[in-house]
Design a protein around this ligand. Structure first.
Ligand code: F3S
Length: 289
């Protein structure tokens, strides 16, 4: 059976880098290892790490960690106060904040230090946005909806610097920026808006590639967790291109009926699907069908 696996299937670059680093640490360090929050929203990976002695902790529990512990800052990143706390407690840490997120930290730190008011387009509670907020010196506003954008009142005579959560939807970002743009002359004062599109295109690229492969193959497999919304979205995209599209979680879900009259199979996977599972599915299809 001919099989084509999407290059963008599974973890994005930032998450892959973070997960790889934790496994590297397990092999190279004798110290207790803790991740600040789950390294990825995938139960299997977190459970596997737990079995290897890597535990999940949070900011409020850092004081209780055993001496000599190493803390891993995950790809979402954290605010400045967390680095200060780690330094204050003399805890060693490994920082695997995604470079695209780090770039946003540096922008908001620099612009807010110059006096700009920071606007973050994103979800206020999302850990990445919490981290970005933590680098703003001074006030910042988080905007997620059109109503919030309409309500935004730019502080008089201040420059406004707009950035985005990396995973925010681009079209929604554009709509919100358009609403904000009309605010420039509010209060009869001209505010200068500096808009920086800091959206990462990993998700969009994954969807584009899945669509293209689904258009070529006889059977398309979409691998991911049952509750993964981005895997569900991939499935919908592929199903439109290839009627024979199946949503599976592991090789156990494979069935010979999926491959009747098929000679070419495509595989893609959601953002939290480990490489190992994608490889197992691929092997299974190649050998058994
Ligand atoms: Fe992933 Fe980094 Fe983009 S974590 S989604 S590559 S911002």
């Amino acid at each position: 059976m001919k099989v084509k696996v999407a290059k963008t299937a599974g973890f994005c670059f930032g998450v892959q880098r973070a997960v790889d680093k934790v496994y590297e640490l397990i092999d190279s360090s004798e110290d207790p290892i803790y991740t600040l929050g789950p390294i990825i929203h995938n139960e299997e990976v977190v459970k596997d790490l737990e079995n290897r002695g890597v535990h999940v902790t949070d900011e409020d529990s850092l004081e209780k960690l055993p001496p000599g512990s190493t803390v891993v800052i995950r790809s979402h990143g954290v605010g400045k106060a967390v680095y200060d706390k780690l330094d204050g407690l003399k805890l060693s840490y490994v920082d695997v904040t995604c470079p695209f997120v780090l770039k946003i930290h540096r922008i908001v730190e620099r612009e807010s230090a110059k006096g700009a008011h920071i606007v973050i387009i994103g979800d206020r509670e999302h850990p990445e946005v919490v981290g970005i907020r933590g680098w703003c010196r001074g006030d910042c506003t988080v905007i997620k909806t059109s109503a919030e954008a309409e309500q935004f009142n730019p502080p008089a005579e201040k420059q406004v610097c707009v950035v985005s959560q990396t995973t925010f939807n681009y079209n929604k970002f554009k709509d919100l920026v358009e609403i904000l743009g009309k605010k420039r002359y509010d209060n009869n004062v001209l505010n200068i808006f500096n808009v920086l599109n800091t959206i990462c295109n990993a998700t969009e690229e994954r969807q584009k590639e899945a669509k293209s492969i689904a258009g070529e193959v006889d059977t398309m497999l979409v691998v991911g967790g049952r509750h993964s919304s981005n895997t569900q979205k991939l499935f919908e995209i592929c199903k439109k291109e290839c009627e024979n599209t199946y949503y599976i979680q592991t090789p156990v879900d494979l069935d010979s009926e999926m491959f009747q009259c098929s000679s070419y199979v495509g595989i893609t996977a959601g953002a939290s699907t480990p490489k190992k599972i994608i490889e197992e599915v691929q092997e299974h299809v190649r050998i058994k069908f």
